[in-house]
Ligand binder design. Structure first.
Ligand code: 3PG
Length: 307
């Protein structure tokens, strides 16, 4: 049986070596397709694969159609909005993610982005300290919880809101104030760190009103997905409120215009780098292969996302 690791943005060699070793030990073949130039190359490579591991690579119905033997797809990472789950389900293909494996890397980036913006993108001039400021965590999953912990360690007053985490004891146990709504969180946070997934409900959900409600000098930090931002609303809010800032790890469609209009109040990384650490590559990559081995050998579907 063959596992194809198809990553437009490659894992570290340490990760792919470790992934191949686990596959070999389990008697599975492992092929590597990195930095592929087109979807046709991916379709050709997946033709004889029984299992597929990807990062943010799009696994569309078209790709699945080109993979007649495919039984499992693992997104080595948290967000699986790049997988066509309906197409997987229609073919009886199990789709999984590897939750938590790259969370620390993303959380560290989110914290560093706050400091980067507080210090004028590391250019001359007087900046701010993030200690003593109010940090709002929007969605309290694996990444959000780590950002909350690091924020507290840096002396921030941390609040969080997550429509799916409703037990006050979870927040209280972490020393985090539970906000009553997203609106309340934004209105009371000097920094908001976004950790919501892209879903039909969240697409375009962060826009003009939430941004305008933020306190003077506030910064929105996005290490989640670009799709959750209403870019027209963002543009309008940054235009009207010359104190607001936006930093993102996923360049908006309007990045060039935002950069030109808002200078040091806007920043987008050139390529998504939240999970780009050696540690996260190893954690997520090895977990993906282990999940595939457990699926083939023992039928384990613990991290299945298309039940
Ligand atoms: C995730 O959802 O896990 C992150 O966005 C990481 O994405 P990447 O594997 O493309 O870096």
């Amino acid at each position: 049986m063959k596992i194809l690791i198809a990553t437009e943005k490659p894992f570290s060699k340490q990760a792919t070596d470790g992934m191949a070793a686990i596959a070999r030990e389990a008697g599975l073949e492992c092929a590597l397709l990195e930095k592929y130039a087109s979807v046709d190359v991916l379709k050709a490579a997946v033709a004889d694969a029984d299992a597929l591991i990807v990062r943010s690579d799009k696994v569309t119905a078209d790709v699945i159609g080109a993979a007649p033997k495919l039984r499992i797809v693992v997104r080595a990472g948290a967000g699986y909005d790049n997988l066509d789950l309906a197409a997987c389900t229609a073919r009886g293909i199990v789709a999984m993610n590897t939750p938590g494996q790259n969370s620390n890397a993303v959380a560290e980036l989110a914290i560093s982005m706050m400091i980067f913006m507080a210090r004028n993108q590391f250019t001359p001039g007087t900046g701010h300290e993030i200690s003593g400021k109010r940090l709002g965590i929007h969605a309290y999953g694996n990444v959000g919880r780590i950002v909350a912990r690091y924020g507290r360690a840096l002396g921030m007053e941390v609040s969080a809101y997550d429509p799916f985490v409703t037990d006050p004891a979870i927040f209280a146990g972490d020393g985090v104030r539970m906000a009553s709504s997203a609106a309340e969180l934004y209105a009371n946070s000097d920094y908001v760190s976004l950790h919501i997934p892209t879903t039909a409900e969240t697409k375009g959900s962060i826009g003009y009103e939430l941004l305008m409600s933020m306190p003077q000098g506030a910064t929105l930090v996005n290490t989640a997905r670009k799709e959750v931002i209403d870019e027209a609303g963002l543009m309008r809010a940054l235009d009207e409120r010359t104190d607001l800032k936006y930093i993102t790890d996923i360049a908006p469609d309007t990045a060039a215009e935002l950069a030109e209009k808002f200078g040091k109040r806007f920043f987008a990384t050139p390529k998504k780098m939240g999970a780009e650490t050696a540690e996260a590559n190893v954690n997520a990559g090895l977990a993906a292969v282990r999940q595939i081995v457990a699926f083939f050998k023992e039928g384990v579907t613990k991290f299945q996302v298309n039940r």
